[in-house]
Design a protein around this ligand. Structure first.
Ligand SMILES: *Cc1c(COP(=O)(O)O)cnc(C)c1O
Length: 423
């Protein structure tokens, strides 16, 4: 690897194209920047309107409360819910915990079985693992090679002990959108509650809790150009009326489901962010799809041995996850260090683990490591897409010139038939 490290692939002397400033942010599934219009809506609540929304005796409290109630309406409207069905939380990690643990606890008498899937976010997976320790039974459905679950698998997994299905709306790594409406239908037909982690979908594609048969839904502010540290949980109030056991005890805020003084500026920001997403969804989605497809086409034209991960017909507008086979993942990332993207390596620990999501699709460790997630968002421009794709193509080509594996493949040697020397 030392030879690739020394290679001058990261710095060029060419002037930057018009409108491109480095570093470029293209990691909008990890978090999104705060939209300046959202900040503007929040500002009064960070200064003059500082009241506690639970203070009932004076206008400071009432003003804060009215900001909160407006946000509740804005959020509800975006997902086809009613304002009373929105519970504020500190983010989607908490929303997922509250939904899954809260339902597991409330419906324990009815059954102890929960169904989820292997490509969920850790906030769902780790919550389910915790419940397993506490005597619940959890089924982790596999996904197909394109990232979608098989509805037949879901049908088979349900039994009379099943109380909850938790399947994410859209995946944060590969952008795949699950058949949510059909999953919800199956759940309702079997008298099972349906929770969805819709963090990546809400505000990006149409989500409607009624049409989609969703009972409980998690969303997060900082994934839709709102502030960090605020999120919401939708909890259905009729057909069926869902009950959840609170996980944080205190003053009985949020109809007893989530105590704690409300983060008023954050909540106002989340509401404003939802309204902007709703107003701009159609045009923004079309713009991102166009950029994404353009980027993919550039890669496929310039490079061989690249492939797309995840079903592209059921996909988030701004997501493109591609494997650049026969390059070493770490060198690839180092070569594009002025671009913020995510790789197929989950660098949560010191060791470089391949992404469990990509592995669930059947990708080998080396292919997973050579994968890049491009997360396009509201503020990415075509000039940036051009810069990123040109740079990546250049780096991949240079790394492959040094790759003995790539050389062998080009010469027609079947790598699977080679017996490598002892490790
Ligand atoms: C980011 C994310 C979360 C966690 O949300 P926070 O608000 O950061 O806690 C959960 N699920 C998915 C799919 C995400 O992308």
């Amino acid at each position: 690897m030392s030879e690739t490290l020394g290679m001058n692939v990261t710095r060029t002397n060419e002037p930057l194209p018009e409108g491109v400033k480095l570093p470029i942010y293209m990691d909008n599934h990890a978090t999104t920047p705060l939209d300046p219009r959202v900040l503007e809506a929040m500002m009064p609540y960070l200064t003059g309107i500082f009241g506690n929304a639970a203070s009932r005796n004076h206008s400071f409290g009432w003003d804060a409360e009215s900001g909160v109630e407006k946000a509740r309406e804005q959020i509800a409207k975006l997902i086809g819910a009613s304002a009373k069905e929105i519970i504020f939380t500190s983010g989607a990690t908490e929303s997922n915990n509250l939904a899954i643990k809260g339902i597991a606890e409330m419906y324990r008498e009815r059954g102890n079985h929960i169904i989820t899937q292997v490509t969920e976010h850790k906030a769902v997976l780790d919550t389910c693992k915790k419940l397993e320790k506490n005597g619940y039974r959890v089924t982790y459905l596999p996904v197909q090679a394109d990232g979608l679950i098989d509805l037949e698998d879901l049908k088979r997994a349900m039994d009379k002990e099943t109380i909850l299905v938790s399947i994410m709306y859209a995946n944060n790594e590969i952008g795949v959108v699950q058949p949510i409406k059909e999953i919800g239908e199956l759940c309702h037909a079997n008298n099972v509650l349906f929770h969805t982690d819709a963090v990546q979908a809400v505000g990006k594609i149409p989500v409607n809790v009624i049409a989609d048969n969703i009972d409980v839904l998690s969303l997060s502010g900082h994934k839709l150009y709102g502030p960090k540290g605020v999120g919401a949980l939708y909890v259905r109030r009729r057909n069926p009326r869902v009950q959840i056991t609170e996980q944080i005890n205190g003053g009985g805020h949020e109809r007893g489901m989530r105590s704690g003084t409300l983060n008023v500026p954050g909540i106002v920001g989340l509401g404003a962010a939802c309204e902007l997403c709703m107003n701009e969804m159609a045009t923004e989605a079309a713009r991102e799809i166009e950029l994404r497809d353009y980027m993919r086409a550039k890669f496929e034209k310039a490079l061989d041995y690249v492939h797309v991960n995840g079903n592209m017909d059921h996909h988030l507008p701004g997501n493109l996850n591609m494997s650049f086979v026969y390059v070493e993942g770490e060198s690839l990332l180092m070569g594009i260090n002025d671009i913020a993207v995510s790789s197929g390596s989950a660098c949560t620990s010191a060791t470089l683990e391949p992404s469990y999501v990509l592995k669930a699709l059947g990708l080998g460790d080396d292919v997973a490591h050579s994968s890049i997630r491009f997360g396009l968002g509201r503020f990415n421009t075509r000039a940036e897409v051009d810069y990123v794709s040109d740079k990546l193509i250049d780096v991949v080509q240079k790394l492959r010139e040094l790759s003995p594996l790539y050389e062998m493949v080009k010469e027609g040697i079947d790598l699977t038939k080679i017996e490598w020397a002892a490790h």
